[in-house]
Write a protein that binds this ligand. Structure first.
Ligand code: THU
Length: 134
């Protein structure tokens, strides 16, 4: 078994990734750090667009980076936002996470790095699936 980064380390990576956020419209800067089963970490930040609906959240950027590089098995995802409250993933990102990692642990941090974690199943107990019984 590989000993990967701790939750606190993942949060630090998410906070660092947040520095790259492109969020001139909302000014809400978000970073994410996604841990694969074999110990790799993919980071992401939100990328906004003048056509607002084209914006992509930090979590999906990290996830799509990972999948496009050949990683599909994930154990934890840290998210860090700019506010004093824990940054919780939006519903669209939860659905995308559940596609690849229904047993994912989601670590939610505030701007200072304080965090708490929940399972994806706690956050999205009845995810959409096209496969009966899953
Ligand atoms: N955002 C994320 O990056 N992740 C979330 O889970 C929620 C929202 C971004 C999208 C947008 O750029 C900004 O935060 C405000 O909604």
């Amino acid at each position: 078994m590989t000993s990967g980064p701790s939750d606190a380390e993942l949060v630090r990576m998410a906070l660092a990734a947040r520095e790259q956020a492109y969020a001139p419209y909302s000014n809400f800067h978000v970073g994410a750090a996604l841990l694969t089963r074999d110990g790799r970490v993919f980071t992401g930040c939100n990328v906004e667009n003048a056509s607002y609906g084209l914006t992509v959240c930090a979590e999906r950027v990290a996830l799509f980076k990972a999948v496009s590089e050949g990683s599909r098995t994930f154990t934890a995802l840290a998210i860090a936002g700019p506010s004093d409250d824990y940054c919780r993933p939006c519903g669209a990102c939860l659905q995308v996470m559940s596609e690849f990692a229904p047993e994912l642990r989601v670590i939610m941090a505030d701007r200072t790095g304080r965090f708490r974690s929940r399972t994806l199943l706690q956050l999205l107990p009845e995810a959409f699936s096209m496969v009966p019984g899953t």
